[in-house]
Design a protein around this ligand. Structure first.
Ligand code: GDP
Length: 207
């Protein structure tokens, strides 16, 4: 997969405020704060600071939309990447934490072009209670859920596969469902792209 263009489109605090183009398929990316989401977006798109450019300092709940134009096997593929705010920040008020599940639900309902969600889990820390809750919410939809274990470079080569299988076990996922990735060492990015391509060809939430 070659990323030809990766452009920041817009930021918003509510799904309804994001521009929407139902003819353009969408992939969302979710994970708790500090899981390595921004780093992974930059690594996937091969841009140094795409995810950071649009950050609004002091605003914890920001959705960012990026437009991607890629080329793969002689085909041009265009889709949007929807970056959801990190959850689980310890000092976020309870009201806002509750708002976060509402945000996921509204994303599943109000983004008809959404066909997949990349859900990030820290490879070393393992899935948190909130990660479990997030995956539960996502499983209510029809879309592909791609589970990534981030920062896999922090583990020795010999233990990476075992850790992926262990995370699958904790989350009750089938074997080989978890893709170990490292934004820093460039591990697993091809496997993740291939899962994204499959999701882009799968069903959306459109009626
Ligand atoms: P976000 O809050 O989820 O967007 O996370 P960031 O991308 O800002 O990363 C949080 C921290 O984890 C930063 O200190 C990164 O340098 C570090 N980090 C991110 N990805 C990786 C990775 O693949 N490997 C390692 N070792 N550290 C990473």
């Amino acid at each position: 997969m070659k990323v030809l263009d990766a452009d920041y489109v817009a930021s918003a605090s509510l799904i309804a405020q994001l521009p929407s183009d139902s003819s353009r398929r969408e992939i969302a990316i979710v994970g708790r704060s500090n899981v390595g989401k921004s780093s992974l977006i930059n690594a996937l798109t091969n841009r140094r600071a795409l995810a950071r450019i649009s950050r609004h300092p002091g605003r914890t709940r920001t959705l960012n939309l990026y437009a991607l134009r890629c080329s793969h096997a002689g085909r041009e593929i265009r889709f949007n990447l929807c970056d959801l705010p990190g959850y689980g920040f310890a000092h976020v008020p309870k009201r806002e934490r509750a708002g976060w599940s509402a945000l996921i639900r509204s994303m599943l309902v109000e983004r008809p072009a959404l066909c997949g969600v990349i859900a990030l889990v820290d490879a070393v820390a393992g899935p948190s209670v909130l990660d479990n809750k997030m995956l539960e919410l996502l499983s209510e939809g029809e879309r592909s859920v791609i589970v990534v274990a981030t920062k896999i470079d922090k583990l020795g080569k010999a233990s990476r596969h075992a850790r992926e299988r262990e995370i699958e076990g904790i989350l009750g996922l089938p074997r080989d469902a978890v893709i170990g990735c490292s934004a820093i060492a460039g591990i697993g990015l091809d496997a993740l792209w291939s899962a994204v391509l499959t999701a882009l060809e799968g069903p959306t939430g459109a009626p």
